[in-house]
Design a protein around this ligand. Structure first.
Ligand SMILES: [Zn+2]
Length: 225
């Protein structure tokens, strides 16, 4: 499905570790010619570029602290103001808090609708996937032995990570759900919110996401949300 010309395609992707969010965000962004904006990348860019916010972020991280809402919001606002984000963007890793979500709504005033997708995967499947997670011994790419037996990028041999034990994984998922539930509650009543079944092969998830996002943005075009 193609979006109507002129309408921006502004997307926020939510999903727990192991849901394949990063890969899906990348695919969607590429397919629609939009920048994929992940907070990790933005932080690195801002620090490298030496902007005021970048310097604050660096000092915070150097001190071993988490970058706070105000700084994150400022950095995202700066990034979204760049020209390549005008036709839209795919945000991965932001917002993480309701405060950040409210600020994003303010940033999005007069910029067209915000489509929010949540990639949903049952916890047992996530635990199994994360335990099956491998990295390529040659190029360092991530892979899941559930879907592949060798590196998709270079064909290299996949090796097991050491930090994916079941207890650690379950705790990470608990933290994620505790932090993200208020965010999902904040968005879930909107006509531009879509929950996507992430418990399917990656290509099927890609197709579902594409359909859902394009459909939601069309709905929103009429509703001006
Ligand atoms: Zn590789």
């Amino acid at each position: 499905m193609r979006r109507r010309s002129g309408a921006a395609l502004n997307v926020v992707m939510l999903g727990p570790p192991g849901a394949g969010k990063g890969t899906q965000a990348e695919r969607f962004a590429q397919r629609h010619g939009l920048p994929k904006i992940s907070t990790g990348d933005i932080l690195r860019d801002a620090v490298t570029a030496g902007t005021d916010l970048g310097r604050i972020a660096r000092a915070t991280m150097d001190a071993g602290n988490l970058v706070g809402d105000d700084v994150m919001i400022g950095i995202v606002e700066e990034r979204l103001a760049r020209k390549d984000a005008k036709p839209g963007f795919v945000l991965d890793g932001f917002p993480r808090t309701v405060t950040q979500a409210r600020a994003l709504d303010d940033i999005m005033l007069n910029r067209g609708p915000l489509v929010v997708v949540d990639i949903v995967v049952p916890e047992d499947v996530l635990v199994r996937r994360l335990a099956a997670r491998r990295i390529c011994g040659s190029c360092g790419s991530n892979a899941l032995v559930e879907w592949t037996t060798s590196c998709g990028k270079c064909g290299g041999v996949l090796i097991q990570r050491t930090d994916d034990g079941e207890e650690i994984v379950r705790e990470r998922l608990n933290v994620y759900h505790r932090q993200t539930k208020p965010l999902v509650d904040y968005y879930s009543q909107r006509p531009t919110f879509r929950a996507i079944d992430g418990n399917q092969p990656p290509d099927v998830v890609t197709a579902s996401l594409d359909r859902a996002i394009c459909q939601a943005s069309t709905v929103a075009d009429g509703a001006r949300l």
